[in-house]
Design a protein around this ligand. Structure first.
Ligand code: FAD
Length: 478
């Protein structure tokens, strides 16, 4: 093994051995291919020394054994859509990419479950389940391209968590491969299991740092008969947020409850000229799903409630596919539209208890004023999970310095309000410097000890969640 600065490079003989081990066509090493696998949605860039595309569990076992013996770091990667840099090969080594392991092995209608390989794209599982009148609820906005393995490793959230919970709530069992090649399985086919420690829960959300997922079994639900969407507009942001909280307090059970602030709406309007959001200062996008009669009833009750008791200016209900799509399009405009505010975006995904949501939002706006920054906020109001978008120009050193000063202040404020620095994107490299704001030394020690049991040589995804012990230069973070 050679090292160049902090990077682990594979020697020519190691590459030859790797190719012989699992087949020439599964190992990529051209400079172009290294560029392709060097970044994710965090937009940081760290090229791997080699890319391996396993096609079976046996391929994974061989690579994990080889890398362990040769002291080469391995970086699991699904579709590379992670926001926290979780898949990036910060110390070089092998990018282990699961896109070729993309089979839906079985959908079991009696037990309402699906067995899949880790590289299956989430929307493909959703569609396959839907064709059998079944439903896989986890639905991050990246469902069209994120892999199921990646969504488990990040415990992805998304729009439907307010009613259905997060990815973790749908995993029945996991087959995993440790560094060194040992194959283990945790969880059960039974919907209930309290045998031994809940290692399954530990593995989901472990950001590819404990073991690699080689086979996954998830729980499915019966598919809701229909889903309608409501757009509620408000004259100010606080009334909009308060209305969302009141809706839940008054026993409504929406399957999505999204909030958009005034600045984001202004950008979306300038981008789209959608008249529904002209001069609007706060929005809730709400979905109800279930049996048609129940959904119709819920929507009309919610409209009544929002208009008469929660201060909505207008409530529009969409019931057919085209008008539903048109309402959700407002949410989708946000990503491109926000770049009118600045060429660089740092998207923080803090979460707080619902009761702290209004105070947290006010504090974010106060933070923006104090540091003279532009911060646009939208997110999963029902989960207390807000996307706090710092829009700026990273070439402006002074502005960048103010953003970097404001981010830890944001996290400290959120933690004081009993919240968390990441509701769904994970720690990866982007939030690595801040985890110690949320957890004390004793808690972090337990996490490190868990890591060292699973991966004693710290070769699986080193430099993520915690600084690395055995590689020299820490990864660059925001
Ligand atoms: C436009 C956009 C919208 C998004 N919306 C949401 C959203 O609504 N909610 C949300 O939660 N996230 C969202 N994300 C973030 C991202 O899509 C999710 O984190 C997703 O779970 C990542 O899946 P991936 O396959 O791209 O994983 P990658 O980015 O490839 O990897 C993510 C992590 O998973 C690990 N990993 C991947 N495969 C495996 C495996 N087989 N075994 C073990 N570890 C593995 C990697 O090492 C890494 O730590 C969004 C991203 C984008 C770009």
């Amino acid at each position: 093994m050679m090292k160049e600065n902090h990077k682990v490079l594979l020697t020519a003989s190691q590459l030859t051995a790797l190719r012989q081990l699992i087949g020439e066509e599964k190992v990529l090493t051209s400079e172009e291919e290294k560029v392709v696998y060097s970044y994710d949605a965090s937009k940081r860039k760290y090229p791997p020394s080699a890319i391996v595309l396993p096609r079976s569990r046996d391929d994974i076992v061989k690579v994990m054994r080889f890398a362990y013996e040769e002291n080469i770091p391995v970086y699991p990667r699904g579709s590379g859509s992670g926001m926290s840099g979780g898949s990036l090969p910060v110390y070089g080594g092998i990018a282990l990419v699961f896109t070729q392991m993309n089979k839906i092995i079985e959908i079991d209608e009696v037990n309402q479950s699906a067995t899949v390989e880790p590289g299956v794209v989430l929307s493909e599982l959703q569609h396959a389940a839907g064709r059998l009148n079944l439903f896989y609820p986890p639905d991050p906005a990246s469902a069209e391209f994120a892999s199921i393995g990646g969504t488990l490793a990040e415990c992805a959230g998304g729009l439907r968590c307010v009613k259905y919970g997060v990815t973790r709530d749908y995993v029945l069992w996991l087959e995993v491969v440790r560094m060194g090649g040992e194959v283990l399985q945790f969880g059960s086919d039974a919907v209930k299991s309290v045998s031994g420690y809940d290692i399954l829960r530990l593995l989901v959300g472990s950001e590819g740092t404990l073991a690699v997922f080689s086979k996954i079994k998830v729980r499915l639900l019966p598919r809701p008969e229909t889903a309608y969407t409501l757009l509620a507009t408000f004259s100010d942001e606080i009334t909009a947020l308060g209305a969302g909280i009141e809706l839940l307090k008054n026993a409504f059970v929406p399957s999505a409850l999204e909030f958009i602030d005034s600045l984001s709406l202004q950008c979306a309007y300038d981008y789209s000229h959608d008249q529904r959001i002209k001069d609007v200062r706060g929005v809730l996008l709400i979905e109800f799903d279930g049996k048609r009669a129940q959904v119709e009833h819920d929507c009309s009750e919610a409209r009544e409630f929002l208009s008469r008791r929660a201060g909505a200016l207008n409530v529009e209900i969409a019931t057919d596919r085209q008008s539903i799509e048109a309402l959700w399009q407002i949410r989708r405009y946000l990503s491109p539209a926000l770049f009118q505010l600045g060429p660089t975006k740092y998207n923080e995904d803090i979460a707080v208890p619902r009761s702290e949501l209004v105070a947290t939002f006010k504090a974010i706006k106060e933070l923006a004023d104090r540091h003279k920054l532009t911060i646009a906020v939208f997110g999963h109001c029902g989960d207390g999970n807000l996307h706090v978008n710092f829009m700026f120009d990273e070439n402006n050193k002074d502005e960048k310095a103010r953003v970097e000063q404001a981010i830890p202040e944001l996290f400290q404020m959120v933690i004081q309000r009993r919240g968390t620095i990441s509701g769904e994107h994970g720690i990866g490299i982007m939030k690595l410097p801040y985890l110690s704001l949320e957890y004390g030394e004793a808690e972090l020690r337990i996490m490190r000890e868990i890591k060292s049991i699973w991966d004693p040589k710290n070769l699986l995804n080193p430099g993520k969640i915690f600084p690395s012990d055995n590689f020299r230069t820490p990864p660059t973070t925001q």
